[in-house]
Design a protein around this ligand. Structure first.
Ligand code: TTP
Ligand code: MG
Ligand code: MG
Length: 390
């Protein structure tokens, strides 16, 4: 029998603002808003102290990118207009965003987690899913270790939820923010999950929320109680079924951990150098077999590619490559062989050859080609993690 799954969702606390506080520790404990322009950058004065821009001095149409928890206590949240938030928190400090710094910190926290638990799904700049099923140790000490490693690598706190699946983990990491550590399983659903508003389910956006409200469904619990036929009648077969499953904490999705490879290639060095004319038959056979192997690799790994290339090494070790880009990705032998053959016509073949290679690049997952775009109803994405800022 397989072990029950243990899926964590980790999300950094007030991420952009927290990175700024590392640089300006004197702002700790104050309401701080990230979202200004570069003219809002702090100015170091002759006496060494810094002068910061205040929200009340802001004029323009910019919005809050994120805010510290002190600013949130005053009602200032992401996506709020800066001038509107100035009415709530006129003295809050305003800082411009520095995406380079956030990206660098993002890479560091992900690398720190990967040292402990390598199976990670990247969900954007400040969050990841982690599959802990095969990582030794109880969940709580493991989560502490991960939080400590993130802090050691970045100086920042994060919040972690550990549950049997991605859907619940995503909800869970948010339950005890900031610096949260929340574990729950299906038996905790009625008490911890069902009282929450339905929009806490990732994939239920504003439009779906509105529609549910009109149907008298406000909480996840109410959604869980709604008959699946009723949901199907109002949202369609697949969305209705998904809403029902999600509200009941059911989600079998695996983490998608693999990033798309840059290319897939095969090459071979001949036992003796071959000549394009004298050894034409042998070369042609080897060439076709390389194309066959690349096509098989593509099929097995589930990709198609648009750039088909060849590599030749001559008897004098000089190496040349040629490639062509097709209008659409291909994965079948005939198309690869034809394109690679075109490339071969564009290289000099008057010298003996010692190596031949075939490569397919600019890859797209086959799954994305075979299926029509994901079913979508307004903002309701079926079984998809939506709403993650990248
Ligand atoms: P979030 O994780 O949603 O927010 P957060 O990390 O600031 O706060 P929390 O403690 O609640 O997790 O987003 C991560 C970063 O993404 C955030 O710091 C800034 C950026 N972001 C935007 O640029 N626009 C947005 O609308 C949101 C919500 C976030
Ligand atoms: Mg966050
Ligand atoms: Mg986030």
């Amino acid at each position: 029998m397989s072990r029950p799954r243990r899926i964590a969702h980790l999300d950094m606390d007030a991420f952009f603002a927290s990175v700024e506080l590392l640089r300006y520790p004197d702002l700790r404990g104050q309401p701080v808003v990230v979202g200004g322009r570069s003219v809002d950058a702090p100015v170091t004065q002759p006496d060494g102290t810094r002068r910061y821009a205040r929200l009340r001095d802001y004029v323009g149409r910019g919005v809050v990118t994120t805010s510290t928890y002190e600013a949130r206590a005053l009602g200032v949240f992401s996506a709020m207009g800066l001038m509107k938030s100035a009415q709530l928190a006129p003295d809050a400090i305003l800082l411009p965003a520095d995406f380079e710094a956030y990206r660098a910190t993002s890479r560091r926290f992900k690398a720190a987690v990967a040292e402990i638990a390598p199976k990670i799904e990247d969900r954007g700049i400040d969050e990841i899913y982690i599959d802990l099923t095969d990582v030794p140790g109880d969940s709580e000490p493991l989560a502490r270790r991960i939080k400590n490693a993130v802090f050691a690598a970045t100086g920042l706190t994060c919040s972690i939820g550990i549950t049997p699946n991605k859907l619940l983990a995503k909800i869970c990491s948010d339950l005890d923010k900031p610096d949260g550590l929340t574990l729950l399983d299906h038996s905790d659903m009625p008490r911890r999950i069902w009282p929450l508003p339905a929009r806490k389910i990732n994939g239920i956006g504003p439009k779906a929320t509105e529609k549910l409200t009109a149907l008298g469904i406000h909480t996840i619990g109410e959604l869980a109680q709604a008959p699946v036929d009723f949901l199907v009648a109002h949202f369609g077969r697949s969305s209705g079924a998904w809403l029902h499953a999600a509200a009941n904490g059911i989600d079998d999705r695996e983490l998608s951990t693999d990033s798309v490879p840059r290319s897939i290639s095969r090459e071979t060095t001949f036992e003796r150098d071959l000549h394009a004319r004298q050894d034409r038959a042998a070369l042609s056979e080897i060439f076709t077999s390389l194309c066959q192997r690349v096509a098989a690799d593509l099929q097995r790994k589930g990709y198609a590619g648009r750039t088909i290339g060849i590599k030749l090494r001559y008897a004098d070790f000089q190496t040349v490559t040629r490639d062509i880009t097709l209008p659409a990705p291909v994965a079948d032998l005939a198309a690869i062989r034809r394109a690679a053959g075109e490339c071969l016509k564009r290289v000099p073949l008057d010298q003996r050859l010692r190596l031949l290679g075939v490569r397919v690049g600019t890859l797209t997952p086959l799954a994305e080609l075979a299926q029509p775009p994901r079913e979508r109803q307004g903002d309701l994405f079926v079984g998809l993690d939506a709403d993650t800022p990248a």
